[in-house]
Design a protein around this ligand. Sequence first.
Ligand code: GLU
Length: 454
Amino acid sequence: MKVTVRFAPSPTGHIHIGNSRTALFNWLFAMKHGGEFILRFDDTDRERSKAEFAEAIEADLTWLGITPNRVERQSDRVSAYDAAAEKLKAEGLLYACYETPDELERRRSRARALGRPPVYDRAGLKLSDDEKAAFEAEGRKPHWRFLLPNHDGDPFVTRRTEVTWSDLCRGEQSVDLSSLSDPVLIRADGSYLYTLPSIVDDIDMGVTHVIRGEDHVANTGVQFAIFEALGAKGPVFAHHNLLTTRDGEGLSKRKGALSIGSLRDAGLEPMAVASLAVLTGTSHSVEALPNLEALSEKFDLSTVSRSSAKFDPAELDGLNARLVHDMPLEAVSDRLCRMGIRPTEEFWMTVRENCNKVADACHYWQIVCGNVDGKIDEADLEFITRAREILPQGEVNGDTWGEWTAALKSETGRKGKSLFMPLRKALTGMEHGPDMKALLPLIGRQNILDRLPG
Ligand code: GLU
């Protein structure tokens, strides 16, 4: 059977690095198995879902290198959810309840006070048609609960009912359905909670593997029961640990914490973000991999650890620098052009090891062909003046720096730092930077002469 996975964000905010972990796990799994990746917008929450967030999520995924095979929206599929709800109602598996949130809260507190688990008592199931009509006459609208299959025919006598599954990240898992309340699938305003649409979609779209955060483990037992009630077999599940910062703080989509957009705007490489997002909290060490193919070779759901996946956002800078230092020109030439840099092999190979971000190249481009605020100490003035006079004739090439400094050394007796540093500072305005031997031909004769006082 063809592997089919889905990444199912609610378009209620921008995705952050933690959401990208889920998206990438799904994408890499599909890549590994020649499968299909569906981007499914869980947008049944009409008030909070926004088209601009959906667009931003697609753009963020594209930036990471994820190009979904299909894009689906739950808001387009309400008739399919209605049909499933009707089927469950007809079978007595979806029943109307009229309690208000306050009433439910009071019942839960009472149960807790009596030392009982705060599980819904299925009072809705006992309502006669007249009682329901009376509630409706009061203006109450029903919400609808799914009757969990945790009984032998009499729903008021429940029995231990284990749902077990073999989780690709967590191993054997089990949930006892008798410890849970019947889940609400439809709100009193008629809108669907995420549960039923998600299951209907997973069935209709042929999803074979659900890879998602461990915050959904508790839902999985219930979801298996609903899959079965709809005549389907549940998919394979994998619940991965969630990314948190070092102090254990979770990431929130709404707070905009470490959003993919902000990381992109900060000039980070997608593979720095992807490498950290995927390898943190696994048995692999975190290293910057050059592309998703290399990441997918390392990636395996069984290497995901059971404990939390803590990371330090500052690690991104180091990973980024390592990637940039090894990048070939073709990987950056378009970006260099957009920054107004002529992308030549000589320039990029000379500067890349001094760039922590690709955008740092702008600085070196200024040094190569712009105005440089050269620095000359009073004590070096004579030395620099002499250097200008004996700059080797002809074209400045790869040998010039060696010939020039050798001549200056024998003439002035300077060596080491006192020989090189005044020239570097006068020509680049900096005390460190790319190799002068390679930089000098890029700066060129005229700029050299202009930057050294005659
Ligand atoms: N919309 C849900 C979420 O973002 C999807 C959960 C799932 O993958 O089933 O948490």
